[in-house]
Design a protein around this ligand. Structure first.
Ligand code: PMP
Length: 483
């Protein structure tokens, strides 16, 4: 039995007193690290923290302008709608809404999910849908179902920062394929698959965010969508299509077909979420997969949380029954389009000529690339002193690259905050560029597109061998190596 240090503390404070709790934790941490160290599972050695989660504590401070999170603006959801729906649930279905539900989710919830998918041109069989606790759980369940330690997984580089901790936890060997303005470089993917096949290796899946990608904001072109699905079918490789942003489109252009639609659901597993079109707080996502895969996913979910919140599912059913969910999405589109335009305008005005950035047609993010001698992790520390935050690009890679890039979110801040935040970040960058040019006497013109990383080509690595991939033109004093 472990010793009870809290009793030895001799405090008069009650157990519920937060001061007692933090006192006990600090005490325990110092003494017991060694005791627990021998007990941790192997996978904990390579687990990585999510950059956004780490930043949340700082960015929750009201004085900090956060362009870091991926937060939708939940203040736009009418409180009276929320109150009316919850009241109706309490009055009419309290016992059911407070009860456990089926692991796969309620049929009514699946009906709502179908509506969202139909709006993007898909027509899934309700039996192929499982309701999950956010899209994040869906991704985790996929990895849990397919990945043994050392298995190969392919994703975009940069990729969704929240998938990095998942792939690390399951000890995947991840290969990142480059992207450009048309999304994943499918030609590069073909080469990677050839190389793997030559070595007798078959990836477990390709993870992609084809529409308004997190973090880069780019969209996979129609031509590449067709080719990616063809590759999946020819080579019998699974593709995980993660699509939280497909409906948040700010241009008139025709929406592109989801991979799931093009494939018909044999090789493409689809992940969706209501987080960005309704609320992330309700934690409602889903996954569509063929029956043999679904069987394993359901077992995985049973072990994880039995079922997704019943109360949340009741709320969603009430909300969709009102029939106005598309109107709310239209409202969001208007608000976010405006914020995107403000951010692009502020970038033009305040970022130095040495920086480049993407111009997203939807979603929540802009990806900016700075001269390769700047390290955005260092830059973030300087930006935080001026009370503004972004996500450093390295969070979107598993091998330490992306150090001269940053992800900027435009959905979670008001236009005047976006403008001011970009002004402050621009100032920090300009100071660092000037310092570099003064010290080295060099002036480097922009020679790269926003998505070209130094030393292009697929990057591969697991968290175990994470390292900084320094490009040929790096200047040591400005970039800490080995982080
Ligand atoms: N996938 C992508 C690409 C995301 O951007 C997010 C949210 N940031 C998620 C999945 C997970 O979202 P949630 O769990 O809230 O559905």
């Amino acid at each position: 039995m472990p010793e009870r240090h809290d009793q030895a503390a001799g405090s008069q404070r009650s157990a519920g007193d937060p001061a007692t709790a933090s006192h006990r934790r600090a005490h325990t941490r110092a003494r017991d690290l060694e005791r627990y160290a021998g007990l941790f599972a192997e996978r904990t050695r390579v687990m990585r923290s999510s950059a956004m989660r780490d930043l949340m504590e700082i960015t929750a401070r009201p004085d900090v302008i956060s362009l870091a999170g991926g937060l939708p603006d939940t203040s736009t959801f009418p409180p009276e709608t929320f109150a009316a729906q919850m009241t109706r649930i309490a009055q009419e279905s309290a016992a059911e809404a407070l009860q456990y539900g089926p692991t796969e989710g309620f049929d009514r919830t699946k009906g709502c999910i179908r509506e969202v998918m139909v709006a993007e041109g898909m027509d899934p069989d309700p039996d192929d849908i499982i309701v999950t606790t956010g899209g994040q759980q869906a991704i985790d369940l996929v990895a849990k179902t397919f990945v043994d330690p050392g298995d190969v997984v392919i994703c975009e580089g940069p990729t969704y920062p929240g998938v990095v901790p998942v792939l690390c936890s399951y000890q995947a060997e991840t290969i990142q394929v480059g992207i450009d303005d048309d999304g994943m470089r499918v030609d590069e993917l073909d080469e990677v698959l050839d190389r793997l096949a030559a070595g007798g290796r078959r990836p477990k899946f390709i993870y992609s965010v084809p529409s308004f990608q997190n973090p880069a904001g780019v969209t996979l072109s129609a031509e590449r969508r067709r080719r990616l699905v063809e590759i999946a079918r020819e080579r019998e490789v699974l593709v995980i299509e993660d699509n939280p942003y497909g409906l948040l489109r700010y241009e008139e252009a025709q929406a592109l077909d989801p991979l799931y639609k093009l494939d018909g659901g044999d090789y493409v597993i689809y992940v969706g979420t209501l987080s960005k079109i309704l609320s992330p707080g309700i934690r409602l996502g889903w996954l569509c997969a063929p029956p043999p895969v679904m069987e394993k996913i359901v077992l995985g979910k049973q072990a994880t949380d039995l079922c997704t919140s019943t109360l949340t599912q009741y709320f969603v059913a009430e909300y969709f029954a009102e029939g106005r969910w598309r109107e709310y999405v239209s409202d969001l589109i208007g608000i976010y389009r405006d914020r995107r335009d403000t951010m692009l305008d502020a970038l033009d005005q305040h970022f130095p000529g040495q920086a480049t950035w993407t111009r997203p047609g939807g979603g929540l993010f802009v990806w900016a690339t700075l001269p390769d001698y700047l390290d955005t992790t260092d830059l973030l520390a300087k930006a935080l002193r001026r009370e503004v935050a972004f996500v450093p690009g390295a969070a979107a890679y598993l091998d330490g690259s992306g150090t001269n890039a940053m992800r900027l979110n435009f959905s979670g801040s008001k236009p005047e905050e976006i403008r001011e935040g970009i002004r402050r970040i621009g100032q920090v960058i300009a100071e660092q560029v000037e310092l570099f040019e003064t010290i080295t006497g060099e002036h480097r013109a922009v020679t790269h597109s926003p998505l070209a990383s130094p030393g292009s080509g697929p990057a591969s690595g697991s968290a175990a061998d994470a390292r900084t991939a320094a490009g040929p033109g790096d200047v040591v004093p400005f970039r800490k190596r080995g982080e």
